[in-house]
Design a protein around this ligand. Structure first.
Ligand SMILES: Nc1ncnc2c1ncn2[C@@H]1O[C@H](COP(=O)(O)OP(=O)(O)O)[C@@H](O)[C@H]1O
Ligand SMILES: [Mg+2]
Length: 230
């Protein structure tokens, strides 16, 4: 469970998150975090991953203060964040990229890779291909697959549909729905409609504040969301 309690976050002297509360547990299914560009969604994921400090409030990762943990401690505890940039190693093969995601011993690594190949058969077919030569959709699947290699209990995906054609986006979302049957997915999206339809719970973030928190369906039906996002 990741808990944000009354957090303020800034870059230099510019505050971007204000007194924000949020919680995601490993029993949540899909939690969507939606909101416009610049609202602070990616910043929140960086805070949860131990990559950016808070100015006030507390962040706990399975009951431990984030400030006492390194980013890799956080991954080991079960929170894995696939960033917007994907950060693949373009000169390395698909298989090598997947190996980089693993935090475990060799034999377990092979097992995890088999599981990832079951979710994304394309990655097995292309396992010896260089990551940079894959299509955008395939690279996104590789980034998610690499996240799965770390055996997350909560997998956070930052704008997985970004830059993908609609048809490819559909395929990626189907995969995410499948993954969410096994582990909690924290889905950050500007595709508000899609992300809310999939969500068990959802937060709407605007200008660094949570302005609504509800079930995915509840948010979809709210006048504010309908007017501003749909
Ligand atoms: N590295 C950074 N340095 C300075 N400001 C940043 C940085 N990253 C993000 N910001 C600012 O923080 C705010 C929130 O950004 P971000 O978390 O990326 O929003 P979102 O992911 O919702 O689009 C924006 O005003 C953005 O300009
Ligand atoms: Mg972002």
């Amino acid at each position: 469970m990741i808990e944000l309690d009354g957090i303020d976050v800034s870059y230099g002297n510019i505050q971007v998150i204000w007194d924000l509360d949020m919680a995601v547990s490993e029993d949540d299914g899909v939690v969507s975090l939606v909101g416009p560009n610049g609202a602070g969604k990616s910043t929140l994921l960086r805070v949860m991953s131990g990559l950016h400090p808070v100015d006030a409030g507390t962040v706990t990762v399975w009951d431990e203060d984030v400030a006492t943990l390194t980013p890799s401690d956080i991954v080991r505890r079960g929170f894995v964040h696939v960033s917007e940039e994907r950060n693949l190693f373009g000169q390395m093969t698909v298989r090598e990229n997947l190996e980089m995601g693993a935090y475990t011993k060799r034999e377990e690594l092979d097992e995890m890779m088999e599981e990832v190949f079951e979710v994304f058969p394309i990655l097995e077919e292309r396992s010896d291909q260089l990551a940079r030569s894959m299509s955008g959709g395939q690279q996104q699947m590789l980034a998610i697959g690499r996240g799965l290699m770390a055996k997350p209990r909560i997998l956070a995906l930052d704008e997985p549909s970004e830059g993908l054609a609609p048809q490819i986006t559909d395929r990626v979302f189907e995969k995410i729905e499948g993954i969410s049957e096994e582990i909690t997915v924290l889905l950050v999206e500007q595709h508000v409609n899609r992300a809310l339809k999939m969500a068990d719970r959802a937060y709407l973030l605007e200008n660094g504040r949570i302005v609504r928190e509800d079930t995915g369906q509840g948010l979809l039906e709210s006048e504010h969301v309908k007017d501003a996002y749909l």
